[in-house]
Design a protein. Structure first.
Length: 128
């Protein structure tokens, strides 16, 4: 059984819904939602409203902490590589290849290279 976790929205407890109401009949209070899984903010918020509340409070700090972009990123022929799979019919083996979105160049690769996350680096360069 999975663990229950709390919504990380800083204002979750302020929204008035039936599932947030806790306590005896004459002493009701709102509490932060608690569930085994959430759909928003990578599984950490119960609703889009809570997700936006979190970002409004912590978004700038997160960007400053993890690195704010100060120069534009540029897509060139050197960093436009992606690995792709050509699904084949008639029980033929699938084709795996590295594809350059700028030059339309295709280079065949193995299935192991396709499954390896280091085949194309994080900045889009081909590492083989």
């Amino acid at each position: 059984m999975s663990q229950l976790k709390y919504c990380q929205g800083p204002k979750c407890h302020t929204y008035d819904t039936k599932d947030r109401k806790k306590g005896p009949k004459d002493n009701k209070r709102n509490e932060t939602r608690r569930r085994s899984s959430f759909y928003y903010l990578d599984g950490n918020c119960c609703s889009m409203q809570c997700m936006y509340d979190w970002f409004n409070v912590y978004g700038s700090r997160a960007l400053d902490h993890f690195g704010r972009i100060t120069q534009p990123r540029v897509l060139t022929a050197d960093n436009a590589w992606r690995v792709q799979r050509n699904w084949r019919a008639d029980n033929a083996p699938d084709m795996y290849y590295a594809y350059n979105f700028i030059t339309d160049e295709q280079r065949p690769i193995t299935e192991q290279q396709y499954n390896n996350e280091q085949t194309v680096t994080e900045d889009g360069r081909l590492a083989i």
